[in-house]
Design a protein around this ligand. Structure first.
Ligand SMILES: Nc1ncnc2c1ncn2[C@@H]1O[C@H](COP(=O)(O)OP(=O)(O)OP(=O)(O)O)[C@@H](O)[C@H]1O
Ligand SMILES: O=C(O)C1=C[C@@H](O)[C@@H](O)[C@H](O)C1
Ligand SMILES: [Mg+2]
Length: 173
């Protein structure tokens, strides 16, 4: 089975995915890391030198490749993955794949993202907390229709990583 974790930037897809994989004894794959390995460039450098459209094309290509795997995998995708190409449809259509939306409020995301924005090309230029809140509010509004298609939702606000992993396991089994 492939368990796909989706959600906005900094919702915890990578760190919770690793923990969940350890607990369930699944392999862990992070789509952003996978793209970086294949392209031999960081996500930020792909955006800078080749542009976002190229990134989205590769993201969709490598997602398809990974969804064809029959082993037990926790797959953390990028924040934008469900919102481009037919990616969400591909995730939903695959029988051996289940999807989980790690749902966070705008204020949780602002708190996390204002601290660590440098490696995230879409928000690296935003200076103030107020501007970050405005950007995330609009961006999340556009993305929620995609995220909401996930089979399962788990809220992450004010929870520890271990609590969230427990909640995910309760929802799954
Ligand atoms: N429940 C939590 N409590 C405290 N810190 C958390 C929690 N979940 C995640 N974090 C921390 O928040 C940061 C962002 O998490 P992470 O990198 O896993 O998010 P992401 O969804 O993979 O982001 P991106 O879309 O940029 O890949 C990390 O430093 C992580 O350790
Ligand atoms: O939310 C997004 O669109 C992105 C999130 C990251 O995971 C990376 O995939 C990239 O920075 C784009
Ligand atoms: Mg990540």
């Amino acid at each position: 089975m492939i368990i796909v974790l989706i959600g906005y930037m900094a919702s915890g897809k990578t760190s919770l995915g690793k923990k969940l994989a350890e607990k369930l004894n699944y392999n862990f794959i992070d789509l952003d890391d996978f793209i970086e390995e294949k392209e031999k460039l960081s996500v930020s450098d792909i955006f800078k030198t080749k542009g976002e459209i190229y990134f989205r094309k590769q993201e969709s290509f490598f997602l398809k490749e990974l969804l064809n795997d029959n082993s037990n995998i926790i797959l953390s995708v990028g924040g934008g993955t469900p919102c481009y190409s037919n990616n969400m449809q591909d995730i939903l259509n695959a029988d051996h794949v289940t999807s989980i939306y790690l749902k966070a409020s705008i204020s949780t995301l602002v708190k996390k993202l204002i601290k660590k924005k440098d490696k995230r090309p879409l928000i690296a230029h935003i200076e103030t907390e107020e501007a970050m809140a405005e950007f995330i509010g609009k961006h999340l509004f556009e993305r929620i229709p995609f995220y909401d298609q996930a089979e399962t939702k788990v809220t992450i606000d004010d929870k520890t990583k271990d609590d969230i992993v427990e909640d995910i396991i309760l929802e799954l089994f």
